[in-house]
Design a protein around this ligand. Structure first.
Ligand code: S3P
Length: 170
């Protein structure tokens, strides 16, 4: 396992970007947001990519960007909630980084995202969609090496828990 990268996985709204932005400078690493990189490369928003090209096309771009990013080292990478769905992606993450699952209760996710207007998969009845997708992905994140409950911890506490684990595993 290459541990110089830390790969944050977890459901939408679990705090991957928020935690990653604080964690990266703490460990002297670069912060990379996969969703932002996809948007930059495509020159379009994620909602636009889903609407125009469909989810399958988005997943292809996501896998490509993930592979490109994981060719580099010394990064904290926040991934999109669905980046774990492809087995090839999961394997790449584990081979090239410490995979950390930011875990959050359904109630907290609903509270955070019930009025979300940006995530294509949540549009319509966000609450029902969160519950359904969580159920569909029940097993999707448990390949991670470390699990952190971001529903119970503050951002700072989550950052410290990951940083401590990383330093001791190094
Ligand atoms: C998705 C999560 C989103 C984004 C896209 C699809 C998913 O990222 O990649 O809307 O399938 O869970 P966040 O987890 O950062 O919201």
């Amino acid at each position: 396992m290459g541990t110089s990268n830390i790969v944050l996985i977890g459901f939408m709204g679990s705090g991957k970007s928020t935690v990653g932005k604080v964690l990266a400078p703490r460990l002297g690493k670069k912060f990379v947001d996969l969703d932002h990189m996809i948007v930059e490369r495509a020159g379009r928003s994620i909602a636009d990519i889903f609407a125009t090209d469909g989810e399958a096309a988005f997943r292809q771009m996501e896998s490509q960007v993930l592979a490109d990013v994981l060719a580099n080292t010394e990064q904290v990478i926040s991934t999109g909630g669905g980046a774990v769905l492809a087995e090839a992606n999961r394997q790449l993450m584990r081979e090239n980084g410490l995979v950390v699952w930011l875990r959050t209760d359904v109630d907290v996710l609903i509270q955070r995202m019930q009025y979300d207007t940006t995530r294509p998969l949540l549009q319509g009845d966000a609450k029902a969609n969160i519950t359904r997708i969580l159920e569909e992905r029940r097993e999707a994140y448990n390949f991670a090496t470390l699990e952190i409950d971001t529903g119970r911890l503050s951002v700072e506490e989550a950052v410290q828990a990951i940083a401590n684990y990383y330093k001791q595993a190094e």
